[in-house]
Design a protein around this ligand. Structure first.
Ligand SMILES: NC(=O)c1ccc[n+]([C@@H]2O[C@H](COP(=O)([O-])OP(=O)(O)OC[C@H]3O[C@@H](n4cnc5c(N)ncnc54)[C@H](O)[C@@H]3O)[C@@H](O)[C@H]2O)c1
Ligand SMILES: N[C@H](CO)Cc1c[nH]c[nH+]1
Ligand SMILES: [Zn+2]
Length: 440
């Protein structure tokens, strides 16, 4: 059974802390396993990649070149897609693109009161690896969520990886890639795919940044290669927090909780409500709906092991405090006036307002990105956006006058840091010796 917590209970704090803290961090077991996989790919390259792909995805090919999907297969996947599905993919693609186009940052250049020119210039990351999950389900929508902002940002080389579970890659993943204009695709997944993207192998050129969601192994692998390459964020097993009053339809809220539970046994769904009898009706409804899912076992394990129902005295006062501590990937506020609660919350990957904005719309066609921070990382990071695919270079330009004006302060700072060449680099241009800026 999911946990039932009541904010008024004396043991609430300890149970709530246990629910949110640590429990969902990568276990030592996962970290060690991932470390071993990364070291293996680093050391043995393609040979390790082939072995690990056979072991974890049961795809047995005899050369690493065969892991790359050829252009004809990608095109055929799109051609063979049913028109209704094509239309849905196009709707999602176009809405994601128009939303992300608004995120493109602009170069900035100005001259300050001293006459110094300052600016910022944005350039795309040269090469990125997009991780598209596919271990237990396949995610054509995640192809679009990853690829569209990369394209909008102008990234030159975009490499996509997706595991081919039991050796088969869902053609709709390829169809979505075709729609988004991605042509370098490898059927590899897990920590071994992340390692191959970060360190490169004979067959796969390394990238400089890796983005995209995945299970605990993928999230941990991204964390471990960070520094060698950039990463977007920790986007691991899905999470949903629903804040709902008793005026909601229990079946709607139950479906919302299950929508994320069905992703992964490690997913987490939490309900906060001020109405205990509503909470019971949601639980009953959820039990009923659980029986009719194609992924019942996954959703049940997630709900029973990680799910929670929390009753509070006041939604407006108590829920925001708890929500900020949970820092959920997705936060749904199913209330008549959701903004009043929303404006009190700052830690959430994405917020869905009102009774008619199920989180699932954000997964597919809302236009915002569904690659979002999990495991409480919404306290310090944001969902995938065009900004993940660009970097900012600052620009400075001074003439002799400006350098003369700023030299004494610069040279003084060089002096207090005992960095003589720094001081000389400025002073030599304006005929000031380090001594002249010396107080003593
Ligand atoms: N946060 C987000 O934005 C977001 C978006 C979409 C999906 N998701 C999440 O992505 C995840 C998808 O998970 P998935 O498993 O279906 O696909 P996945 O592609 O993330 O993982 C599959 C890979 O995991 C590796 N793996 C599995 N068991 C292993 C083991 N015991 N040891 C070492 N490696 C192992 C294998 O290499 C396999 O290829 C789910 O957790 C889902 O909730 C998150
Ligand atoms: N809810 C997932 C992010 O946690 C994204 C997704 C893809 N397909 C369905 N849902
Ligand atoms: Zn989802």
């Amino acid at each position: 059974m999911p946990q039932r917590l009541n904010i008024a209970d004396p043991d609430f704090e300890s149970r709530f802390s246990a629910l949110i803290e640590g429990k969902r961090d990568a276990s030592t077991n996962v970290s060690d396993r991932v470390r071993g996989i990364i070291a293996d790919v680093r050391e043995r390259g393609d040979a390790a990649l082939l072995e690990l792909t056979k072991k974890f995805d049961h795809l047995d090919v005899d050369s690493a070149e065969a892991l790359r999907i050829d252009a004809a297969e990608i095109k055929a996947a799109w051609t063979n897609t049913h028109e209704t599905t094509k239309e849905a993919l196009r709707t999602a693609h176009d809405r994601i693109r128009s939303h992300h186009e608004r995120q493109r940052p602009r170069d900035d250049r100005y001259t300050d009161s001293l006459g110094v020119e300052l600016g910022s210039r944005w350039t795309p990351v040269e090469t990125v690896g997009l991780y598209v999950p596919g271990g237990t389900a396949s995610y054509p929508s995640s192809v679009l969520m990853n690829a569209v902002p990369a394209k909008v940002a102008g990234v030159k080389r975009i490499v996509m990886v997706a595991p081919a579970k039991e050796g088969v890659l869902n053609p709709l993943v390829l169809a979505a890639a075709h729609l988004a204009g991605i042509d370098e695709i490898y059927r590899i997944g897990g920590a071994q795919a992340v390692a191959a993207l970060a360190y490169g192998t004979k067959t796969i050129e390394p990238v400089v940044k890796i983005v995209g969601p995945g299970n605990a192994y993928v999230a941990e692998a991204k964390r471990q290669v960070f520094g060698r390459v950039g990463i977007d964020m920790i986007a691991g097993p899905s999470e949903i927090l629903v804040i709902a009053d008793g005026d909601n339809e229990p079946a709607w809220i139950a479906a919302d909780l299950l929508s994320q539970a069905e992703h992964d046994t490690a997913a987490q769904s939490i309900l906060i409500t001020d109405d205990a009898s509503f909470a019971s009706r949601v639980e009953t409804e959820l039990e009923y709906q659980l029986q009719n899912l194609s992924r019942t076992a996954v959703a049940r394990a997630s709900w029973e092991d990680n799910g929670a129902v929390i009753t509070v005295g006041s939604l407006i006062n108590d829920a925001p405090v708890l929500a900020d501590r949970i820092a959920a990937e997705h936060l749904e506020i199913a209330m008549e006036e959701p903004e009043a609660v929303s404006e009190r919350i700052s830690n959430a990957g994405a917020i869905f307002l009102g009774r008619y904005t199920p989180e699932v719309i954000g997964d597919y066609v809302g236009g915002s990105n569904h690659v979002l921070p999990t495991s409480r990382s919404a306290r310090f990071s944001s969902g995938l956006s065009v900004l993940d695919f660009v970097k900012r270079t600052s620009i400075l330009k001074l003439g002799p006058e400006q350098l003369r004006a700023l030299a004494p302060a610069a040279m003084e700072l060089a002096r207090i840091e005992s960095l003589d060449a720094h001081g000389r680099s400025v002073g030599i241009r304006v005929n000031l010796s380090g001594r002249e800026s010396d107080n003593g």
